[in-house]
Design a protein around this ligand. Structure first.
Ligand code: RUQ
Ligand code: CUA
Length: 763
């Protein structure tokens, strides 16, 4: 390449741009950049593996827990670019989540005992599965602090439902799905009495406190959890922890870890050793092995008792019917992860240096033979550890979680204390490789690595501490998600990504091509219920209805105006505003807010949203569109006029602009010139096979819509001109121009799209 820029760029200009006098960036070679930025060959290789060129897309999409933010963070691999935050348990203003009535209704489902809870401690996202493979349809996530599960529809990445666990006071082992997403598993964490508002002292821990594992029934067609068909398997007051559902041969079973099987009660303030000592004193805890299929049948047969109106399968029933078994596991374990073929269950030791590989076949053989080493204090049969183990592998300090590779028998385990990831063979029981991460890794994630069909390729270490890895931003540090290449025998660290929102515990990554989200709603949809919104209207049907002290506005949004542009209220009125976005073009979202009334809506194409408030103070309050949707976006506004009690108008008519015939003629000329541009764009679009491109068809429909409105405005300016009302004539002619601008904008966008996507000439 010739050094053109270097020679032609005037020196003064280069200096003015802050570039060195001898080298302009446009002319730098790769070597120059490496030297200037102090990069090694290894760095360059990592960059080449993660860089996604402008305009290109990533291969995998990650749904990361947002930790204490109560949200979900969406980013993509390998570039690690953040794509979206999804409001889940916490209000999220951009999406209007918690600021419009429709989303408020979803957050309201998460209220507990009548109290709104507007945050969540999200831990484990799960993607819906079909035959154990990610199907990209739904996403679930749990809230540990206030035991709840949320359902997100991946057609629009919106939270649709929140269900409150009726019998737990905390939980951790959710959300994990069964092989065909029949159920979403949610295991308790800290034992408590199952009945609501029941008090028992800590002395009653063994008798009155209980744990459990809830199975939420999922209706895939409705896209919602069905609470009445869900149930909980009562469990002893061991601290149930992470869970995983079986697949393949183990599909009817699920597995939940526990710790503090000591059932220890602390009390440091009373001179007792703290929980941390008492809960890890013994060498083993219990893996809970459950036949959820059988449990569901027993519940259907009426064997459950109702606690707080919810089906709970009592311990005695589970024991008698062979629903629940225990297997000892060493010592305060953490993650439990079923292998892709469903034959092995790997448990991270946490306080033990081993990972334990249990064999599902062996567990079943012991159950079938009735070969148990003992019973726990609640009468649950305990299978001997040796009976159930396939192998144990010494990995290092603090093994926590496991994720599988696409390569047979290969698994990766995070080691919290060692700050390492171990790659090992769970069939042969040997360590293959280790890599250091920065620092103190919690979960780890491979691509679709907890499914029946892991994709290998990349691994992300979800590190709890970042310490010195990033530019300091105060005592509260971001977390560090580190991307690791696992294609080869040796793992290679590629990239550090600071995650600036809460402590993401777990994340799941799906092949991006499996996601098929929509770009617009059917006009008039309430996106939170997926049903037609009763407040939706079409263009020309906008209206304001006042009944007593209630005002209901049925409005629309389209570039660049809100209909209506004035809303008049009397102080004290209750104002309800329904807004439908009439756009069909992709990414033409409008926002809506009213000054000082704490409402906000995001209204994507086709969506209808309602905001509601009490106009409790007289005055003048602008409302406007909050998304920069077009060149005339700032004009997309209106006034809420809140009139004081007993107010009477004194003036009639608004101030005039004083337009003349010459103004009108100039505008008409501008309109004619613009039309020529539009005609040429239309000529191009219709000369190619644009109908083969659905995105373009939508843009064309939308543009046609804008042009259609022109007719009405044109009739108005011509009528006014006929009456020599130059004021009205000029303004309506100007409005014709505004419709043209929007149509032209769409037309040009469609043209560019067609040119870039290889549209072909048609005769
Ligand atoms: S946890 S760091 Cu909440 Cu999944 Cu293991
Ligand atoms: Cu609509 Cu700005």
């Amino acid at each position: 390449m010739k050094c053109v820029a270097k020679r032609t760029l005037p020196l003064v200009m280069a200096a003015g741009l802050g570039l060195g006098a001898t080298a302009s960036w446009g002319a730098e070679s790769l070597q120059d950049v490496m030297k200037r930025r102090n990069l090694s060959q290894q760095d360059l290789l990592a960059a080449a593996k993660t860089y996604v060129p402008t305009g290109k897309r990533d291969e995998f999409v990650v749904f990361s827990s947002g930790g204490q933010s109560g949200q979900i963070i969406v980013y993509s691999i390998p570039s690690m670019r953040i794509l979206k935050y999804i409001g889940v348990f916490t209000p999220e203003p951009w999406q209007g989540y918690g600021f419009d009535e429709n989303s408020k209704a979803v957050l309201k489902q998460g209220a507990i005992d009548g109290k709104d809870i507007t945050w969540g401690d999200t831990h484990h996202p799960a993607i819906s599965e079909t035959q154990g493979k990610y199907d990209g349809q739904f996403l679930f996530i749990n809230d540990k602090a206030n035991p709840r599960i949320a359902v997100i529809d991946l057609r629009d990445f919106e939270t649709k439902q929140i269900v409150v666990n009726p019998v737990f006071k905390s939980e951790h082992g959710g959300a994990f799905v069964t092989e065909n997403t029949e159920y979403i598993v949610e295991a308790a964490q800290y034992p408590a009495p199952l009945e609501n508002r029941k008090f028992f002292p800590l002395e009653d821990m063994n008798e009155k406190y209980r744990g459990g594992i809830t199975y939420w029934k999922f209706d895939r067609k409705e896209g919602r959890i069905v609470a009445k068909d869900s149930f909980t398997i009562e469990a002893p007051p061991y601290w149930q922890d992470l869970s995983d559902a079986g697949k393949g041969p183990s599909r009817d079973w699920a597995f939940t870890n526990s710790f503090c099987a000591e059932r220890y009660v602390g009390g440091i303030e009373k001179g007792r050793p703290p929980y941390e000592a008492g809960c890890s004193a013994k060498d083993t805890d219990y893996l809970h092995v459950m036949n959820w299929k059988k449990a569901a049948e027993l519940v259907a047969a009426g064997k459950a008792k109702k606690i707080n109106g919810h089906n709970v399968l009592p311990l005695e029933v589970s024991v008698k019917e062979g629903v629940l078994f225990l297997v000892p596991e060493p010592k305060s374990p953490h993650g439990v992860d079923v292998s892709p073929d469903g034959k092995y269950i790997i448990v991270g030791g946490k306080l033990d240096t081993h990972a334990s590989v249990y064999s599902f076949d062996k567990i079943m053989a012991a159950i079938q033979a009735g070969k148990f080493e003992s019973k726990d204090p609640y009468g649950i049969p305990v299978i001997g550890m040796k009976e159930a183990l396939h192998t144990q592998v010494q990995l290092g300090l603090g093994p926590l979680h496991n994720q599988y590779d696409s390569k047979k028998c290969v698994v990766y385990t995070s080691m919290y204390v060692d700050s390492q990831v171990a790659k090992w063979d769970y069939c042969e029981g040997k360590v293959l490789d280790k890599i250091s991460v920065h620092y103190n890794i919690g979960h780890l994630m491979t691509m679709e690595g907890d499914s029946a069909d892991p994709k290998g390729r990349y691994l992300v270490a979800l590190n709890k501490l970042a310490i010195d890895r990033f530019v300091p931003v105060g005592p509260l540090h971001p977390q560090n998600h580190q991307l690791i290449d696992i294609t080869n025998d040796k793992m290679q660290l590629l990239y550090d990504m600071p995650l600036p929102l809460g402590e993401p515990h777990y994340a799941v990554a799906i092949d991006a091509t499996k996601l098929k989200p929509g770009v617009r709603y059917k006009v008039g949809t309430d996106s939170r219920t997926d049903k037609p919104h009763p407040g939706a209207v079409r263009a020309g049907e906008e209206k304001v209805v006042k009944k007593g002290n209630k005002i209901e506005v049925f409005g629309t949004l389209i570039r660049s105006h809100i209909t209506p542009e004035t809303i008049e209220a009397d102080v004290g009125d209750e104002v309800t505003i329904h807004l439908t976005n009439l756009e069909r073009a992709q990414d033409e979202t409008h926002g809506f807010t009213v000054s000082t009334y704490n409402v906000h809506a995001s209204v994507e194409p086709g969506k209808t949203v309602t905001v509601k408030f009490k106009a409790d103070k007289e005055g003048v309050y602008p409302y406007y569109c909050t998304e920069f949707c077009s060149a005339l976006h700032l004009e997309m506004m209106g006034y809420l006029l809140v009139k004081p009690k007993g107010w009477k108008p004194t003036k009639t008519g608004l101030a005039a602009q004083g337009y003349t015939e010459a103004d009108y003629k100039a505008t008409v000329k501008k309109v004619a010139e613009t039309q020529a541009v539009i005609d040429s764009v239309v000529g191009y679009i219709t000369s190619v096979n644009y109908k083969d491109f659905p995105d373009v068809v939508a843009m064309v429909e939308d543009a046609t819509d804008q042009l259609g409105k022109m007719k009405d405005a044109k009739a108005k300016h011509e009528a006014a001109a006929g009456k020599k009302d130059w004021e009205q004539a000029n303004l309506w002619a100007e409005q014709v121009f505004q419709y043209q601008v929007k149509a032209a904008d769409l037309g040009l966008r469609a043209k560019t799209y067609l040119e870039q996507n290889g549209a072909k000439k048609i005769k």
